[in-house]
Write a protein that binds this ligand. Structure first.
Ligand SMILES: *Cc1c(COP(=O)(O)O)cnc(C)c1O
Length: 395
């Protein structure tokens, strides 16, 4: 057998393609008796061989379960390679990844710019804990960046982005956001949960932090909560330090399950994408539907930005229903195959009502009720039949 680098790479090889990183990243079989997968290490204490080794623990690879184990290291190594990041840290949920990135990037007396269509709990964190700690939040219209630019001119310190936005799926001009932030010297971070680094690699494009709710497509089976934050070279040390100080390491079982999900993430997402597009186009032809909010369809605001930055999609989108909230409730109650529930990215189809009345403060939502769908891996004909029956149930 030829001599190979520990995680399947030959020394001096070119950067690997995403599918190869997903299958080989973080695996070092030679270190673990040849077993394909890294071990699930449950640990707090690490024993040192001597007093001297104990004294110098801060420079050792493993010193305490909170900072590193072979399980944590395997996931972080693979995810950093996929992101093109200098460092990745894991936390117990996607929301913890959002709050960690913000706490690592913003200080008391500073101000962060957040898009009006941000994930709801991110807004709640900004209005609650962040405000209490003395950090201000200004919301910007993601489809009209004049507000963002104005706030940067007035001294805002950080920019948070999310693309496409939660519930309504507008894709902003990410390059313009980055250019404006860079010109102002502001730190940049993006919640990249929808696209994943398979579709958009934030660090390579110039974002300082890339946030992933691994609960969704990385886990992929609706059975875990996990988040990650990756950083570029310049901000890696600050991210790692904040993570360590807060003591919010993820649990080993969740990391192990997420790593298992990661190996098949690309093929799953491609199937979700294909079926979601089929369902979205079918919905676009329905008389009950006012507008399909799928970034790959021209009916969705920011479609041109989606074409420019993403070009691919996943299984999550929404549509605006003709009619009122009661009609939306009858539609949801008419679904049998689609479950009514939050979160997404698992193998199963889900539907939820998009709560927008209190969720937009810069530009109130002018449209009708919005239904969000996650298109799972059931047969697409059965998915469409379920939606058809639910439309009939509106009456
Ligand atoms: C679900 C989600 C999160 C939070 O993830 P949890 O693991 O549920 O805390 C953050 N951002 C986006 C865009 C999400 O969809």
């Amino acid at each position: 057998m030829s001599s190979k680098h520990e995680d399947g790479r030959n020394p001096g090889e070119k950067p690997r393609k995403a599918a190869t990183i997903l299958t080989h990243g973080g695996r070092r079989p030679a270190d673990f008796h040849g077993f394909v997968n890294p071990p699930l290490v449950r640990a707090s204490t690490v024993l040192f061989a001597s007093a001297d080794e104990m004294k110098h623990r801060r420079t050792s690879r493993y010193s305490y379960g909170l900072t590193n184990t072979p399980t944590i290291e395997a996931m972080n190594t693979a995810w950093s390679e996929l992101e093109g990041a200098a460092a990745t840290v894991l936390v117990p949920s996607g929301l913890a990844a959002v709050s960690l990135a913000i706490l690592a990037g913003v200080s008391a007396g500073e101000e962060i710019l957040v898009p009006d269509n941000v994930y709801g709990p991110t807004r709640r964190f900004c209005e609650g804990t962040l405000k209490r700690l003395g950090m201000g939040t200004t919301y910007y219209d993601p489809m009209d960046l004049s507000g963002l630019k104005e706030a940067l001119k007035n001294g805002a310190n950080a920019v948070f982005a999310e693309a496409p936005g939660s519930i309504t799926f507008e894709t902003p001009d990410l390059q313009e956001i980055l250019n404006a932030a860079r010109a102002a010297g502001a730190i940049t971070m993006i919640d990249n949960t929808w696209a994943t680094p398979l579709i958009y690699r934030p660090i390579a494009h110039g974002f300082d932090f890339s946030i992933q709710a691994s609960t969704k497509y990385v886990g992929g089976h609706a059975d875990l909560l996990l988040g990650s934050v990756s950083a570029n070279e310049r901000h890696a040390a600050r991210l790692s330090r904040t993570h360590t100080e807060l003591g919010i390491q993820a649990g080993p079982d969740e990391i192990y399950l997420a790593m298992r999900g990661m190996r098949t993430m690309k093929v799953r997402i491609e199937q979700h994408e294909k079926q979601a597009l089929e369902v979205a186009h079918w919905l676009a032809g329905r008389p009950e539907v006012a507008r399909v909010l799928h970034p790959a369809l021209s009916s969705c605001p920011g479609h041109a930005n989606w074409q420019r930055f993403f070009g691919r999609s996943t299984g999550l989108f929404a549509f605006e229903l003709k009619g009122d909230e009661a009609a939306a409730e009858r539609f949801l109650d008419g679904l049998r195959l689609f479950g009514l529930g939050y979160s997404w990215g698992g193998f199963e189809s889900l539907a939820s009502y998009g709560e927008l009345s209190a969720a937009r403060t810069v530009r109130p939502w002018p449209g009708g009720p919005v239904i969000r769908l996650h298109i799972g891996l059931e047969d697409v004909a059965d998915q469409i039949a379920d939606l058809e029956a639910a439309f009939a149930a509106i009456g």
